[in-house]
Structure formats: structure tokens, C-alpha cells
Write a protein that binds this ligand. Structure first.
Ligand code: AMP
Ligand code: ZN
Ligand code: FE
Ligand code: FE
Length: 286
């Protein structure tokens, strides 16, 4: 178990458990420093911060943003930015609106394929959260059209599948610049998921100002970890790690903190955040 986990989701987006639960679970697993990185929202941070304060953990402001790079869907993690920055909050609102519109389109495609679910039901499942494909998947499971969330993605919702609908996003370059404007740093999330010649993409993202690489991700084994450590070293990128915990119980999922992130690397990453971020800890502005 690692002492740091910098990629976690909660009910503020498409995770299954509340921010308080996520922080409590992290503490129980021995995590000392963490970032909640919900999709396009910081709404979970105040609740997570209260739990972190109570349990003596450090919470770094975090968010996950999806960006478009040609056909690739590049996910970027922002850390240590000012969560109250108006431009960021307006950007998140715009992205969440795009996500709601996308759900309507996904639902109508699913209907064409004989699967009748209601947009309203998907939004209900999402509740206050940033709505995403996992909420649609849960609605499909509920109606018995698929056996699991994983099957919903494999058959219908996954990238390139019939009901995968695009939505308007920023380019990685613009997203990186925006996070930088508000005192944060940007880590390239789960590099392998970028697909294709992802090493080339990582180089390009670095040229656009990306600050770090998610080197110690979820189920990455020793070979991938070594390759990413070398790539980060070559490009001068900080090395982050995270479980991308959602609580969905997919086969490759790991528990919070159950990642190959050595303690001294966690400490190194925390020092990097302290050096570079305007808000290296929630509520502590510099
Ligand atoms: P969205 O943000 O709506 O585009 O949905 C992306 C989210 O869906 C990711 O953060 C994962 O939580 C989940 N996801 C993506 N691909 C899969 C998959 N193949 N199986 C299960 N969940 C997935
Ligand atoms: Zn997600
Ligand atoms: Fe992601
Ligand atoms: Fe994620």
C-alpha cells in the first residue's frame, strides 16, 4: 500500500462513494496525502477536506479534465490550483453542460439499438454529480440490457463503440495553460490509455507545458512502471501515482492506495507540488 494516491473519484463525478468515504478509506489503507480528482468539478473538495482534516491527512486540490487531441482522448490531472478561480469554475460548468447534452444523444442512439432508458433516469443516478458514461452504464445494467458496467462499455459506450458520443472539449494545450494560469500543475493521466504511439503524445504534451506523468498507475506492473519512470526522467516530468478509484469493481480496478508508488517517490512528488503550486494543500494559499 502506498502513502499517497493522487487520482480518486467520488460521487461528485462518476465514483460510487462519497468524498468522506473515499478519504476514510484512504486513511484506513495507510494513505497520508491524497487528491480527489473528480471529472470537471471541485464540488467534492470541501467535504473531502473536512474528512482529511479530521483524520490528519493532506488533501491537494485536484481535478481530471478530458481533452481532445485529434482522435485521442487525453486526460489531464490538475493539482494545486486555486479551486475558487472564476475562469476554472466557468470552464467546469461549460464541460458539465456538454456532458448533460451528450447523455441525451447517447440515450437516443441506445434507443435506436432497442435499449430504452430515460435521460431523466441517468441524471437521477448521477444526482448532484458530473454526469458521465458510467452513469449511463448503470442505467443499462439496471434495465438488464447488459450484465455489468464493463459490458456496457465493451459493447456500447467505450471509445469508438456505437453509443460513444463526443462532446466539446479544450485542446490539451489550452487546458494546460488554463491550469497554469491559476497556479496549478498538470499531470498526464494514465498514459497508456491515450493509445497509439502514446510516447510521442507524451513528448508533445510536455512541449505544451505538461509538468508530470502518472507513472505509478493502478495495475501497472514493473515493466510499465520502469518504462514510465525512464520517460519521465528523460522529459523532466514529475512522477505522480494514482489508483483512479471509482468503486465500480471493474476487473483491473485497485483499492485506494493499492498502487506501485514507492514512499520516497510520493515524498518527491509532494515536494514538487510544494515548490510549484499556488495551493499545495486545500485551504492553504501561498
Ligand atoms: P466520461 O467521463 O463520461 O467520458 O466517461 C469516462 C469514464 O468512464 C472513465 O473515467 C471511467 O470511469 C469510465 N470508463 C471508461 N472506459 C471504461 C471501460 N472500458 N470500462 C469501464 N469503465 C470505463
Ligand atoms: Zn471516471
Ligand atoms: Fe481518466
Ligand atoms: Fe480518472
Amino acid at each position: 500500500m502506498a502513502i499517497g494516491d493522487f487520482h480518486l473519484h467520488s460521487t461528485a463525478s462518476d465514483g460510487v462513494q462519497r468524498p468522506t468515504w473515499v478519504v476514510e478509506r484512504a486513511a484506513a489503507n495507510g494513505v497520508r496525502v491524497l487528491a480527489l480528482t473528480d471529472h470537471d468539478t471541485t464540488e467534492g473538495l470541501p467535504e473531502a477536506a473536512a474528512a482529511a482534516a479530521r483524520l490528519g491527512l493532506r488533501l491537494i486540490p485536484g481535478v481530471e479534465v478530458s481533452t481532445d487531441l485529434g482522435p485521442a482522448d487525453v486526460h489531464l490531472l490538475g493539482f494545486g490550483f486555486d479551486p475558487e478561480a472564476r475562469e476554472l469554475q466557468e470552464f467546469f460548468r461549460w464541460q458539465r453542460e456538454g456532458r448533460r447534452t451528450r447523455v441525451e444523444k447517447i440515450v437516443s442512439i441506445l434507443r435506436e439499438h432497442g435499449m430504452v432508458i430515460e435521460t431523466q433516469r441517468v441524471l437521477e443516478i448521477a444526482g448532484e454529480a458530473t454526469v458521465g458514461r458510467p452513469h449511463v452504464a448503470r442505467a443499462l445494467v439496471e434495465k438488464g440490457y447488459v450484465a455489468s458496467v464493463k459490458e456496457a462499455f465493451d459493447l456500447w459506450l467505450g471509445n469508438g463503440k456505437p453509443a460513444d458520443v463526443n462532446r466539446e472539449k479544450l485542446s490539451p494545450e489550452d487546458a494546460i495553460a488554463m491550469v497554469h494560469r491559476h497556479g496549478g500543475v498538470v499531470v498526464i493521466a494514465h498514459p497508456v490509455f491515450i493509445g497509439g504511439e502514446y510516447v510521442e503524445t507524451v513528448r508533445q504534451l510536455t512541449a505544451w507545458g505538461a509538468d508530470g506523468l502518472e507513472t505509478y498507475y493502478k495495475h501497472y506492473g514493473p515493466e510499465l512502471v520502469t518504462a514510465h519512470e525512464a520517460l519521465a526522467g528523460e522529459l523532466g516530468l514529475a512522477r505522480s501515482g494514482g489508483s483512479d478509484y471509482h468503486g465500480l469493481g471493474n476487473p483491473d480496478d485497485r483499492d485506494i492506495g493499492d498502487i506501485p508508488f514507492p514512499d520516497e517517490r510520493v515524498e518527491e512528488f509532494v515536494r514538487f507540488l510544494e515548490d510549484r503550486c499556488a495551493v499545495p494543500e486545500y485551504g492553504v494559499k501561498r
